[in-house]
Design a protein around this ligand. Structure first.
Ligand SMILES: *Cc1c(COP(=O)(O)O)cnc(C)c1O
Length: 377
């Protein structure tokens, strides 16, 4: 139907320095966790105002280990949102918890914080707010609830590196934050993730759990200064980040703010032009001061699946974030979730899609998307 090349809904932006750095890692003979991961953790720590950072193979690993570090007991409950990637729910279950969902605010699409307190029971142990699309959740309310009911907070910041809440960067304050460096996210390491926290016990557990339960890092073990012996203190996982990944991240972090500025500029153009197209609903903004990281630009359209198919025929990729996770068969069977439990989230999940948005999008890409959107609706 079209000669135009496929336009993906997102695409990572890499610099020449990155290609050189990755080549240098490959030539160095040290490919896995080593000096570049250590440097990347340091750089991230500076970015987050000096808080401690531990890099991992993914944000999913980060969520799992952060939640495991909370030592949940069978039946313990963790409150989160139904408008999230299934990894948020899966990792709660993997850590021994029961996911308890509260519906979203239909305007911001983030968890409706007024629904948190009614969902708290004597078994509630933690809240996992998800900063959807890069828009911050109203954290003052989340942390007030956590303080009042003695709960931990693990923020799923997979969309939200660079997001600011009331003038403060997410990750620079609060309890525990988890970042994603998947290629679709705002900055990438290929695959990768990081946990940010100042809690020494949580940090120690993550260090142990991310590498076989060994209480010492591989680089020390194999380097000149390390001993050949180690102890295993628990049955850990294999979730370390490689130096190859960190080499990419080292050159993404300095570009992050520019990426977000470019995303925001495209979003403003979209807002202006989409306003003239009927049958399309844009996300709203909360009242409090914030900086949106614009990981994705989501809109609601009436016939969503048909819309995505028609856009595909025009060689334009449109994302779907996401099918409602509580309606997957495992979650229905295990926790008894059903249609109608969270009407605002289910409405969003049935109509939402993500239009192409990435820093290096061109004017021609943008015009193609606008025209195709008009035609396909
Ligand atoms: C992408 C994503 C994750 C998982 O990130 P990975 O780095 O791919 O493991 C978790 N939560 C949300 C909301 C996400 O979008």
């Amino acid at each position: 139907m079209t000669d135009a090349p496929f336009l993906p809904f997102t695409r990572p932006v890499l610099s020449e320095e990155t290609y050189r750095e990755v080549e240098a890692v490959l030539r160095s003979g040290w490919l896995t966790t080593g000096p570049r991961v250590a440097q990347f953790e340091k750089d991230l720590s500076s970015y987050f105002g000096g808080r401690q950072v531990r890099c991992l193979s993914s944000a999913t690993a980060g969520l799992q280990l952060a939640l495991l570090a909370l030592d949940l007991k069978p039946g313990d409950e963790v409150i989160t949102t139904p408008l999230t990637f299934v990894a948020t729910l899966n990792t709660i279950v993997q850590a021994g918890g029961k996911p308890v969902l509260v519906d979203i605010d239909p305007v911001t699409r983030n968890m409706d914080v007024t629904r948190i307190e009614p969902a708290i029971t004597p078994r509630t142990r933690a809240i996992v707010p998800v900063h959807y699309a890069g828009l911050p959740v109203e954290l003052d309310v989340v942390y007030a609830m956590a303080k009042k009911h003695n709960l931990r907070v693990v923020e799923d910041c997979a969309h939200a590196i660079g997001t600011e809440y009331k003038g403060k960067k997410l990750g620079s304050f609060g309890d525990i934050q988890v970042m994603s460096f998947h290629p679709n996210k705002n900055m990438t390491t290929g695959e990768g993730g990081a946990v940010v926290t100042d809690d020494k016990d949580v940090l120690k557990r993550i260090e142990q759990l991310r590498f076989h339960g060994i209480d010492r890092e591989a680089f020390n073990r194999f380097g000149k200064s390390g001993s050949q012996h180690y102890d295993v203190v628990l049955p850990g996982f294999k979730y370390n980040m490689m130096d190859i990944q960190a080499a990419i991240g080292l050159h993404q972090l300095p570009m992050l703010d520019g990426f977000i500025t470019a995303r925001k500029a495209w979003v403003e153009r979209y807002r202006e032009r989409l306003a003239t197209i009927p049958h399309i609903t844009l996300p709203g903004a909360p009242e409090f001061a914030h900086r949106h990281a614009w990981h994705i630009l989501t809109v609601l359209v009436p016939e969503r699946d048909a819309f995505i198919d028609k856009m595909k025929e025009r060689n334009i990729g449109v994302g779907l974030h996401w099918d409602a996770p509580h309606l997957f068969s495992y979650y229905r069977k295990t926790f008894g979730f059903k249609e109608g439990d969270f009407p605002h989230a289910e409405h969003a999940c049935a109509h939402i899609c993500s239009l192409p948005l990435f820093p290096t999008m061109t004017e021609a890409d943008f015009e193609r998307v606008i025209k195709a959107t008009q035609d396909c609706l």
